[in-house]
Design a binder for this molecule. Structure first.
Ligand code: MG
Length: 220
């Protein structure tokens, strides 16, 4: 079992499932040459994909092109099914910053063939996540800034106010399909600026003013 830590406290959370949103920022959809979706694009990562601050992201040997995708991560604190958007934030216990590491070459091939993204998105080390900031400190999840640097250079930086599907809208939709349980994480999609990282690079992801993570990159 993987245990997630909260910042500034002894509180912990046992990790559950990981539900991710694709294409949740218009500018990222544009750079990927895809349409802005009329309903959320959903995929899953296995809990074994999660790593924490200071660890190493390892690109598997099946890929030559691994991209960073910085994302706001929502931690679920209360079980629910068919949660209305109006009640959604009462199911959230905190927020983190995460990286949805993606094997872009493997994903492009899967898209072409109409195959699932499990390999491209769910490989070991594909889900670095920071410690959790309690939701009491973040009243509005659409008023945050997330950013990502590679070797000190800013690659992605945006306001979460630019999301197509807000955190409450995402929880309403996701919980109509999957029962959400304490310890589940929702990756809320990445803004524009995604790009490759290679062995020897250092990536940092920041939920500005709250928490950050720094990871090394290696190749298998
Ligand atoms: Mg993503």
């Amino acid at each position: 079992m993987i245990i997630l830590q909260f910042i500034d406290s002894q509180k912990t959370l046992a990790l559950g499932k990981i539900v991710c949103l694709g294409r949740n920022y218009a500018e990222h959809a544009k750079e990927m040459h895809t349409e802005v979706p009329s309903f959320p694009v959903i995929f899953l990562k296995p809990p074994s994909a999660v790593i924490s601050d200071g660890m190493t992201i390892v690109r598997p040997s099946i890929s030559r092109e691994m991209h960073h995708e910085v994302e706001l991560v929502v931690a679920i604190g209360k079980r629910g099914k068919n949660i209305p958007a109006s009640a959604a934030l009462s199911h959230v216990c905190g927020y983190a910053v995460g990286l949805d590491m993606t094997l872009r070459d493997v994903q492009s091939e899967a898209k072409k063939k109409g195959l699932p993204w499990s390999v491209a998105k769910g490989f070991d080390t594909s889900a670095p996540v920071s410690a959790i900031v309690p939701s009491s400190r973040i009243p509005d999840p659409q008023a945050l800034t997330i950013s990502c640097k590679v070797n000190g250079a800013v690659r992605q930086r945006t306001s979460t106010g630019k999301m197509i599907f807000s955190v409450p809208a995402m929880i309403e939709y996701v919980s109509s399909i999957f029962t959400l349980e304490e310890g589940d994480l929702l990756f809320t999609g990445t803004p524009e600026g995604v790009g490759p990282v290679n062995a020897g690079d250092v990536i940092s992801a920041d939920l500005e003013g709250f928490t950050s993570i720094t990871l090394h990159v290696a190749a298998a």
